[in-house]
Design a binder for this molecule. Structure first.
Ligand SMILES: Nc1ncnc2c1ncn2[C@@H]1O[C@H](COP(=O)(O)OP(=O)(O)O)[C@@H](O)[C@H]1O
Ligand SMILES: N[C@@H](CC(=O)OP(=O)(O)O)C(=O)O
Length: 452
């Protein structure tokens, strides 16, 4: 049995949904189908999830909701019309949306989750209706009925271990299961979404639960490339890579596959294949526990922006027992998670995602660090980017850091931080955001350029 997840670009309009149906038909092992909400049809189109967020925001702000409501319904109507579906489907979606809008829940996060999740939920109903119409036995299954239990943090759900046993029963359902991605339900019965892009996570959870022979992740590119195709022109395709490599790369900016989706797959040793809905004959990228060695120590180069550094200096910091713990405690109290902590003898930097900060919080953190740790200097710098080189071959190859740093130096990119990951498959450079694209391009040229 295979689990196939179709991303937003694969279900963005009727034409795409017809391709999805053809892919499902072409292989009767594709029994569990996870779908996203309609994505972008062209570069500056809006994703359904963003239309739903706009609708929810208008409602929360007590502003008129008609325009946002119509924008959502228009997308579904045009899909349903082009697929020549019965009007009942649209009536059902409209009633569902109105019902969600009227729900009174405590907290904006909860309300946003209810609205956001409707994108995948209603699209799954619509796609199941279409598959039935063309003669396939297809059933829409709701994550609550299926037992997709998750933690209770709005917008940031994590699957609970007990979900797997319940979800395993999906394998017994006759015909094709059409399952909405992106959300589950907490033990308290609350609907909770995964982080953005989280339909990949749903697919991986279901693949692990039913012990699928393959988890296929259908998107709009032929493969995972060695660098983001929007930064590097025509980058090389990655044919095979390990879970560790994909996890590092997706965490560091390869948005093609959600980093949290690797965990259920690799814990259960389910191979993952990233494939193109627009070119399904192409073999795509296979992600496995191990791969054959290659000459190039690097498999991919990822980048991500929006980091801040909390820089702390104190003479004899190295001698002070508990300094690091105390510093991290201050961040924990502020609800902040960290990414890297490069350290020297008398100084340390804590690198965090900037979105977690506000001016008020920054001041509060700085004050606490000054008062409680009695430091010589503390300040926060913004607008950093992380560029990550990833490859299983890196830890037993001499000179990767030297090659990378000299390529960056030649291009005039100032390196603020280097972190050779403990995982031994990644090397991270902290640079200023303005240099991100340039850094990725020169590193790509160094490791994948002509002379390779
Ligand atoms: N290294 C990479 N390889 C392939 N695609 C990448 C890479 N980095 C970023 N992407 C982007 O990821 C996109 C696919 O992911 P996403 O937009 O989430 O698709 P979906 O709509 O299928 O969920 C591609 O169109 C591409 O722009
Ligand atoms: N629709 C959700 C979840 C998702 O996974 O979407 P996509 O498959 O388009 O990345 C989002 O936009 O975040």
């Amino acid at each position: 049995m295979k689990v196939a997840k179709f991303g937003g670009s694969s279900v963005a309009n009727a034409e795409q949904i017809k391709k999805v149906a053809a892919i499902i038909k072409a292989d009767n092992k594709r029994k569990i189908v996870v779908v996203s909400a309609p994505g972008k049809r062209y570069a500056d189109d809006a994703k359904m999830t963003d239309l739903l967020i706009a609708l929810a925001e208008a409602k929360v702000a007590d502003q008129p909701v008609e325009a946002a409501f119509n924008a959502v319904m228009n997308r579904y109507e045009s899909i349903a019309n082009d697929l020549e579906l019965n009007r009942d489907v649209i009536a059902e979606i409209e009633a569902d949306l109105k019902n969600r809008l009227e729900q009174t829940v405590t907290g904006k996060g909860r309300f946003l989750d209810i609205m956001k999740a409707s994108g995948e939920d209603n699209n799954a109903k619509l796609i199941a209706a279409y598959l039935s119409k063309i003669g396939l036995k297809a059933t829409y299954i709701n994550p609550k009925d299926a037992g997709l239990l998750v933690s209770d943090e709005p917008g940031n759900a994590q699957v609970l271990p007990e979900a797997y046993e319940a979800l395993a029963k999906l394998a017994e359902i006759d015909g094709i299961v059409v399952f909405p991605g992106f959300f589950g339900f907490s033990k308290l019965g609350n609907l909770v979404t995964f982080p953005r892009g989280g339909s990949d996570i749903t697919g991986a959870i279901l693949a692990a639960a039913v012990q699928a022979e393959l988890y296929e992740n259908f998107t709009d590119v032929d493969s995972v490339y060695a660098a983001n195709p929007f930064i590097v022109e025509d980058p090389v395709e990655i044919k095979r890579m390990t879970y560790r490599e994909m996890r590092e790369l997706s965490y560091a900016g390869f948005s093609v596959f959600h980093d949290e989706a690797l965990i259920p797959a690799f814990r259960n040793d389910i191979p993952v294949c990233v494939k193109n809905t627009n070119n399904p004959k192409c073999s795509g990228t296979l992600i496995l526990a191990e791969r054959e060695r290659s000459l190039n120590p690097i498999i991919g180069i990822a980048s991500d922006e929006g980091f801040a550094t909390i820089y702390v200096r104190k003479y004899l910091m190295n001698r002070e027992v508990g300094f690091g713990r105390h510093l991290l405690q201050i961040l924990e109290d502020a609800g902040i998670s960290y990414e890297h902590i490069p350290s020297g003898i008398d100084d340390t930097s804590v690198i965090i995602r900037q979105t977690q900060l506000s001016d008020q919080l920054e001041n509060a953190i700085i004050e606490r660090i000054k008062e409680e740790l009695n430091v010589d200097d503390v300040h926060i710098e913004h607008d950093f980017a992380m560029v990550m080189l990833v490859g299983e071959g890196m830890h037993n190859t001499v000179g990767v850091t030297a090659r990378a740093s000299s390529a960056l130096a030649k291009a005039g990119v100032n390196i603020e931080m280097i972190n050779q990951g403990s995982s031994e498959v990644s090397l991270v450079f902290g640079i200023h955001s303005k240099d991100t694209k340039q850094a990725v391009r020169v590193l790509y040229e160094e490791f994948f350029g002509q002379k390779q």
